[in-house]
Design a protein around this ligand. Structure first.
Ligand code: PEP
Ligand code: MN
Length: 377
C-alpha cells in the first residue's frame, strides 16, 4: 500500500504520527518513507510493507494531510507504476535530469586501457557537447586470462581527466561491494571532479548481495543491466532489490538477451521492451546497442547495425544510450569489434538526434490524433 501525502504539509510529522498510531493494531507492517522529486512538486510517499490486507484505505484517506491511498500489487512495489497516476521516478544527479522524458548518451571505452585513450574520448565528448561517459575499470571477463581492467589504480587520473573535460557522470561497472568504497575514496581524493553512475553488469544481474550494496547507498545512481538469460520480470525484481534498500535512482538498461537465434548479432536485441519497462515501472530506460549487436556490420544503405538498433530504442522512447567507442578499436583490450571509431561516433550522435526528433514528432502527432477523436465525439 502506498499513502501519498499532500504537498507542502505544514506538519508532516503529525500526519505520520496519526498513520503510525492507526497501524499499531496490525502487526508485521513496516513503514518506509520515500521522498520523490516530481516534475512540478516534491512528493512524500509512505510505503506499507507486509500483511496490509486488513488495513482500511478509507480510514487512512481521512487522516488530515493524506492526499490519497493506492493499494499496489505485490509486484514491483517500489519501482512499479501500479496502473495509477503515481509520480514517475526521475532524479537529478550532477545537475542532469534522468527521467522517462529525457535522453542522454553515455559513450566511451569498454575498458579503460591508457590515459591517452581516455583523454581522447573525453575530448571528443566535450567537442560534441556531451558530458556523460562510460568507462570500465573493473571488467568481468569470460576467460580468466583476459584483461580484467586496471581497477582502482586508474581512478585518480581518470577522474581528474573527466573533470578537465567537463564530464559530469561516468557509468562504471562494479563487481563487488569493495569497488563502491574504492570509487567513493577516489572521488573524495580527487575533490569530486565528476560523478559516477554505478553499473550492475548483466553477469551480476541476480547477485543479490551486490544489488543490496548499491541500493543501500543513496548518493550514486545505479544503471542496472538486464540479465542476459533472465526474464524481464526477474530483472525488474532485481531492480526492486536495489530500490527496497533505499536507492530509487535507478535506470533500467536493455542490452540484448543471449541466444544463437540472434546470430550474426551477439545477442537478440530486446529494445521492443522499451515501452514495456516504461509502462510497468517508473524508471528511465536505457538501451545498449554495443553489447546487444556486438559487431560492426552495416545495412546495404551503409548505416551500422548498431545505429539501427539504437534507433529502434530511441524511436520507442528510450531515455539513455550506453555505447562503446574507441580511438583505435583494433588496439582495444576488450570488445574492440563492437567499438565505434570517433568518426563513427560523431555520425552516431547525429543519427540519434534525427531519431529523437522523430520520436517527439510521433508523440505530437499522436496527441493531435487524440484531440481530433475527442472533438469528433
Ligand atoms: C559493459 O557495459 O561494460 C558490459 C560488460 O556490459 P554487459 O554487462 O551488458 O555485458
Ligand atoms: Mn564491453
Amino acid at each position: 500500500m502506498i499513502i501519498i501525502l499532500k504537498p507542502d504539509l505544514e506538519d508532516k510529522e503529525k500526519t505520520l504520527g496519526t498513520i503510525r498510531g492507526y497501524l499499531e493494531q496490525f502487526p508485521g507492517i513496516k513503514v518506509r518513507l520515500v521522498e520523490l522529486q516530481g516534475e512540478t512538486r516534491e512528493v512524500t510517499e509512505v510505503h506499507l510493507i507486509g500483511p496490509t490486507q486488513p488495513v482500511r484505505e478509507d480510514v487512512i484517506e481521512h487522516v488530515p494531510g493524506v492526499e490519497r491511498v493506492v493499494r499496489v500489487s505485490a509486484k514491483y512495489r517500489q519501482i512499479g507504476r501500479h496502473d495509477v497516476d503515481l509520480v514517475p521516478i526521475g532524479f537529478k544527479y550532477q545537475g542532469l535530469t534522468f527521467d522517462q522524458d529525457s535522453l542522454h548518451v553515455f559513450a566511451g571505452l569498454c575498458a579503460v586501457e591508457t590515459r591517452e585513450f581516455a583523454e581522447e574520448i573525453f575530448k571528443n565528448l566535450q567537442s560534441l557537447g556531451i558530458s556523460t561517459a562510460r568507462m570500465g575499470a573493473y571488467k568481468p571477463r569470460t576467460s580468466p586470462y583476459d584483461f580484467q581492467g586496471h581497477g582502482a589504480k586508474c581512478l585518480p587520473w581518470l577522474f581528474e581527466l573527466a573533470g578537465k573535460y567537463g564530464i559530469k557522470v561516468i557509468a562504471m561497472e562494479v563487481l563487488r561491494e569493495q569497488h563502491i568504497d574504492e570509487i567513493f575514496k577516489a572521488l573524495d581524493d580527487a575533490g569530486r571532479p565528476t560523478g559516477i553512475m554505478l553499473q550492475i553488469g548483466t553477469r551480476n544481474a541476480q547477485n543479490f548481495e551486490l544489488l543490496k550494496a548499491v541500493g543501500s547507498q543513496k548518493e550514486l545512481p545505479v544503471l542496472y543491466k538486464r540479465g542476459m538469460g533472465l526474464t524481464l520480470e526477474e530483472s525488474l525484481n532485481a531492480c526492486e532489490y536495489i530500490a527496497s534498500e533505499g536507492n530509487r535512482n535507478i535506470i533500467f538498461c536493455l542490452r540484448g538477451v543471449k541466444s544463437q537465434l540472434g546470430l550474426p548479432h551477439r545477442n537478440i536485441v530486446d529494445f521492443t521492451h522499451v515501452p514495456v519497462v516504461r509502462r510497468l515501472t517508473r524508471l528511465p530506460v536505457c538501451v545498449d546497442p554495443s553489447h546487444s549487436v556486438g559487431i560492426k556490420a552495416r545495412g546495404p544503405e551503409g548505416l551500422l547495425d548498431i545505429f539501427h538498433a539504437s534507433a529502434q530504442g530511441v524511436i520507442a522512447g528510450a531515455n539513455m544510450i550506453l555505447v562503446e567507442c574507441h580511438p583505435a578499436p583494433d588496439q582495444a583490450l576488450c570488445d574492440g569489434p563492437q567499438a565505434l571509431t570517433m568518426d563513427e561516433f560523431r555520425k552516431f550522435v547525429r543519427d540519434v538526434q534525427v531519431v529523437r526528433e522523430a520520436y517527439l514528432k510521433r508523440l505530437q502527432t499522436y496527441s493531435q490524433e487524440m484531440m481530433n477523436d475527442m472533438t469528433r465525439q
